[in-house]
Write a protein that binds this ligand. Structure first.
Ligand code: NAD
Length: 419
């Protein structure tokens, strides 16, 4: 990972607010409110380990801004979780929900732990106790957690059960990303990759970039990357020429079939070694001569070291934070259109919103309905961002932040300051 990973992410998040505040002429009071998390909870709690000993864990839940509605954001289990990281992630969730105009504020949670070295039982006990500790501030009308790094639908099922046990009745709307059997939504698993494929289609049409018969490289063939590859191939007729995962990359000039690559990955654990493809490095995937590049793995992948070598016409950020700020400027100067993470991967939170809406109504939608509503949200959001970018002559990332922060400011101003 690049050195920028050592930068305090909350300082970055506040600096981003300042840039937009200057652009839209926000005064000191509003600006400061946007840089301060509304509510933060730190909890220290004991968990019984398999050995019989107890260990104390620390967890956080930050509700950054709730001017537009209940707060929404994932829970991360990681040894390096810090309060400032959770604050930054909660700020970014606030902007992401506002970009796609879903009626949520932003939140994030985290527990400092090493889930790779914990048993299933230890993880269950940790999750249930953390859920109890944050129960006073979560709920379908207040704050709705979801999975993030090293948490999944099982984690959400435990949180839903713990919260429901405390209430005395089932509350499926307290979390999203649940298994379908507990009130999860059809289409949630594919939503991030699908939303990304829709915004690529819209941007390509505006920019005159060919997707049908055009070439695509995808870094990270996981959930988001594999779905985006498959949909660009199946529904838009793109040629997927380069793919990678943590073990390396593969290249085939006349195109890879992502379904076959997926089967190979299921059998062998990696895309590497796919028959008929040439082995390439991850750097080569990023620098491939393609029409569309989809970074779908980690943060800080496009830096000032390699930005000049990027040859794609469109970079669609399925991953969170794959482009560092200095690289953004270089890509903008090279006239490469970056579809920023807060837009390109917002399909996930959008279908999470649909899941919550279905849960609180107790009425569930067919997959077709989920997908067509997702398409409408993504197309509308792309157009909103594109219009701000053209009007203000700024890159898409700045445009998305301007749009989002302006929407949050509008809600704050019309509500006024209490009392
Ligand atoms: P995942 O774990 O399913 O997939 C990640 C993939 O990246 C894996 O194939 C892994 O092998 C690969 N990878 C790891 N290190 C790599 C490296 N150095 N080079 C190339 N590939 C590498 O995760 P995911 O859910 O697909 O998430 C990927 C990104 O998308 C993350 O940044 C995540 O925050 C973001 N995202 C995901 C969702 C979602 O709903 N899944 C929503 C919003 C954002």
């Amino acid at each position: 990972m690049a050195s920028s990973s050592t930068i305090n992410p909350f300082e970055t998040a506040k600096a981003q607010v300042d840039i937009v505040a200057d652009l839209i002429g926000l005064d000191g009071g509003l600006r400061d409110t946007l840089k301060a998390p509304k509510r933060e909870l730190t909890v220290h709690f004991p968990v019984r380990m398999d050995s019989g000993d107890y260990r104390i864990y620390t967890g956080y839940r930050v509700q950054y801004n709730m001017a537009r509605g209940p707060t929404k954001g994932g829970i991360r289990y990681h040894p390096q979780v810090t309060l400032d990281e959770v604050r930054a992630l909660a700020a970014w969730m606030t902007w992401k929900c506002a970009v796609v105009d879903i009626p949520y504020g932003g939140a994030k949670g985290g527990v400092v732990c090493d889930p790779k070295h914990m048993s299933h039982g230890e993880l269950e006990r940790l999750t249930r106790r953390y859920a109890s500790e944050i129960a006073p501030i979560i709920g379908p009308e207040m704050d709705i957690p979801a999975p993030d790094v090293y948490t999944d639908s099982q984690t959400m099922a435990w949180i839903m059960d713990t919260y429901s046990m405390q209430k005395g009745y089932s509350v499926p709307g307290v979390v999203t990303g649940k298994p379908i059997s507990l009130g999860g939504s059809e289409g949630r698993g594919e939503a991030t990759g699908r939303g990304c494929a829709y915004v690529i289609r819209e941007a390509a049409r505006d920019l005159g970039v060919r997707v049908k018969g055009g070439t695509v490289a995808v870094q990270g063939f996981g959930n988001a990357g594999s779905v985006a590859s498959r949909l660009l191939y199946d529904e838009q007729g793109a040629k997927i020429v380069a793919l990678s995962d943590s073990k390396g990359g593969i290249y085939k000039a006349d195109g890879l079939n992502p379904h076959a690559v997926e089967e190979h990955k299921t059998k062998t654990g990696s895309v590497v070694g796919f028959p008929g493809a040439k082995a390439i490095s991850n750097e080569e995937v990023l620098e491939a001569k393609v029409d569309v590049l989809v970074p779908a793995a980690l943060e800080n992948q496009i830096t000032k070291k390699n930005a000049d070598k990027i040859q794609a016409k469109i970079v669609a950020e399925a991953a969170n934070g794959p482009t560092v700020p200095e690289a953004d400027t270089i890509l903008f100067q090279k006239k490469i259109a970056v579809l920023p993470d807060v837009l390109a991967n917002a399909g996930g939170v959008t279908v999470s919103y649909f899941e919550w809406a279905q849960d609180i109504q107790g009425y569930f939608w067919e997959l077709d309905e989920v997908n067509s509503r997702l398409e409408r949200v993504m197309v509308r959001s792309y157009n909103d961002v594109h219009k701000v970018a053209l009007d203000r002559k700024v890159n898409n990332r700045t445009a998305a932040y301007v749009l989002a922060i302006q929407r949050v400011v509008d809600a704050m101003q019309i509500r006024g300051i209490y009392p």
